[in-house]
Ligand binder design. Structure first.
Ligand SMILES: *Cc1c(COP(=O)(O)O)cnc(C)c1O
Length: 223
């Protein structure tokens, strides 16, 4: 049996101060999330709107729900009352929709801009030059109900550790450049979300402030 509380404690012990653990609970039943909650876990990541929206009302309200999966614009409205941070902003159109829906219910929402750095073409996100271009065009201005907190990325699914480290370092370098150029004096741009069950220690080594860990906490997912 998976000991969720032990797994969380073991990971927490290895995380430097200032790095937060996002427990990726997709496909796991509410009962397992409750065990994580009782072990002190407060930040949960889901990658489907329907699942997040179904789980949130069944669990304590001090949980911070992070949306980490590809988000369709027509699902933003349903998500907005429940979500603390949307990590997976991968288009300007999505960002505009998030702004509109946050404004509609009178709240502000934290987001991360998702970068595509992995080799797989299946992974979504902005290419680095594309993001720089959009920032320089002012596409991220005038979004008063959105706080851009930083970047999110996924490394290539490979056993090549050196490649994974290069990708994480690339994200960190990009974060530094973007902060210098576009978010200078805005302290809220301070988060880098990268690293999953197999590679989170490498992500931490290269500056992650949020690690998204699923199977190393909850065991394998039942799809
Ligand atoms: C599922 C998922 C994770 C966690 O994956 P594990 O390998 O189970 O830790 C992290 N990030 C994203 C975006 C995911 O979809």
């Amino acid at each position: 049996m998976t000991n969720i509380a032990d797994n969380i404690r073991r990971i927490e012990q290895q995380l430097p101060q200032g790095v937060r653990l996002v427990a990726v609970s997709k496909y796991h039943p509410v009962e397992m999330l409750r065990q994580a909650y009782e072990a002190g876990q407060r930040v949960f990541g889901e990658n489907h709107v329907q699942e997040l929206v179904a789980k949130a009302p069944q669990l304590p309200s001090d949980i911070q729900w992070h949306m980490i999966g590809h988000l369709q614009t027509n699902k933003v409205r349903a998500l907005m009352p429940h979500v603390s941070m949307i990590q997976s902003i991968d288009s300007i159109k999505l960002l505009r929709t998030v702004e509109k829906e946050a404004a509609r219910i009178g709240r502000t929402v934290d987001v991360l801009l998702q970068l595509h750095v992995a080799q797989e073409t299946t992974k979504t996100g902005f290419a680095v030059p594309e993001l720089q271009e959009a920032l320089s065009m002012g596409e991220f201005d005038n979004i008063p109900h959105v706080r851009v907190r930083g970047l999110m990325a996924m490394a290539t699914n490979t056993d090549d550790q050196a490649q994974i480290e290069r990708e994480f370092q690339h994200v960190k370098d990009t974060f530094g450049i973007i902060r210098q150029k576009y978010y200078i004096g805005r302290d809220e741009f301070d988060q880098i979300s990268m690293g999953m069950s197999d590679d989170w220690p490498l992500a931490v080594k290269h500056g992650a402030t949020l690690v998204r860990v699923g199977s190393a906490i909850f065991g394998p997912r039942q799809y």
